[in-house]
Design a protein around this ligand. Sequence first.
Ligand code: PSV
Ligand code: MN
Length: 429
Amino acid sequence: MNLPISADLIGQHNAAALPALEDDFAALGRKLERNGVDIEAVKERAKGWSVAVPSWGAGRGGTRFAKFPLAGEPTNIHEKLEDCAVIHQLGTTTPRVSPHFPWDCVDDYAALREEAGSYGLHFDAVNSNTFQDQPGQEHTYATGSLASTVEATRQQAVAHNIDCIEIGQQLGSSAITVWVGDGTNFPGQQDLGRSMDRYLEGAAQIYAALPDDWRMMLEHKMFEPAFYSSVISDWGSSLMAAQELGDKCKCLVDLGHHAPNVNIEQIVARLHRAGKLGGFHFNDSKYGDDDLDSGSINPHQLFLVFNELVEAELDPRGGFDPAYMIDQSHNVTDPIESMIASSETIAGCYVRAQLVDREALHAAQEANDVMLAFRTLRGAYETDVAPILAKARAEAGGAIDWLGTYRASQYRDRKAQERKAVGLGAGIV
Ligand code: PSV
Ligand code: MN
C-alpha cells in the first residue's frame, strides 16, 4: 500500500508513548472490571468502528465573509484522497471517503477507485449538488432545483442526481445523499404545499433510478440558503418524503441542521422507530449550521445520540444499519487534524455508549428511579476512554499520539512545497 506517512516515524512515536498508555489502559481495565466490563472486548468493538470523511472537508472551508487558505491544502480529489489517507493511517477509523459532485468530477472513475484503493480507502455515499450553478449549466438553481417551478430545471436536477448514482456505481458506492437548498426567502414567494409536491415528484424519479442494492438518503435542514422556508426543513418533512418514496429511501440526520436546543437524540430514536434512520453527518454547532468539529461544543449531545444508537442496535425493529459520515467545515484548523480529532471524539462517544450498564438503566427506567437512571447514563459519559481508543489505534497501525506524530511528519509543509496555492475567496473550494 501507498501510505503517505512513514511507518518508521509512527513506530518511533508509538514506542515512546506505549509505556504510559499500557499503564493507563491497565488502570482503566481494572476500573471497568469492577463493573463487569471486559476492556479487551470494548477495545475490539472500538477497532470495528468506522466513520466516513467528506472529500470536501479536506480543504479549508470558509464563511460567506472569507476563506483563509492553508498552504498545502488540496485542490482536487486526488490531493483530497491523499489527505484522507493520512487521516486514516494515523487515526485508523476512517477508511471511507464520501465524494461530492461535481466538485470531485474526473474523467476516469475506475482509475479513481483504484487510486483510493492504493491508500486502503473506499468510497462512501455520493452527494449531489443542486445548490450551486456550474459554469455552462443550462438552467439556474437560483430559485430551486427539485422543487423549482421550472420544469426544465427540475429535470436537470433529476438528471444530475442520476449521473451521481452512475458515478457512484463505478466508485463502488451504494448510497446517494440528497440535500437540496430549495426554499424561499419571502412569505408568499412560493406555495408551501405545491413546492413539496414538486420536490416529491423529482425525488421519485431519482428513487426510480436507484440500483436494487442502493439507498437514497434525504438530508433535512431547517434554513440556509433559504431563510424563510426550506422544502425539506425538518425530520417530519424528511420522514414524510422517505415514507412516500419507498423502502430504499431513508432520512439522514446532519447534527447542525436543527433549531437550537432541539432534542436530536429523540429525533434519532423516532426515525429508528419508523425504520427510516439512514445515516448521519456529524459536526457540532453553537448557533446554526456552524459545521464545527464533532463534539467540540456539545460532546454530551453526541454521547446521547450514540446512546440511542446502542439502544437501536439492541432493538433493531426490522433493520438498523445507519451510515456514519463527518460533515464539517474547517475554517481555522488544518482539516487533517480536525478530522482525526473528530473521528476520535465520535469513536469515544460510541465506546462510552457501550459502557452504559443497560440492564441497570432499563431496570431503573422501569422502576421510575430517576436519579439511578440518570447516574447510570452519566457514569458512562464521565468515563475517560482515551486509553481504549489509543490502544485500538496502535494495534491497527495508527498513532497513539496522532497530533504529535502528524506534526513531526511535516506532511503539510511538504505539500505546501508540492501543491499549487489556493486563491482567496469565500466558501468551500
Ligand atoms: C448542507 O449544509 C450540507 O450539510 C450538505 O450535506 C451538503 O452536501 C454539505 O453541507 C456541503 O455543502
Ligand atoms: Mn450535511
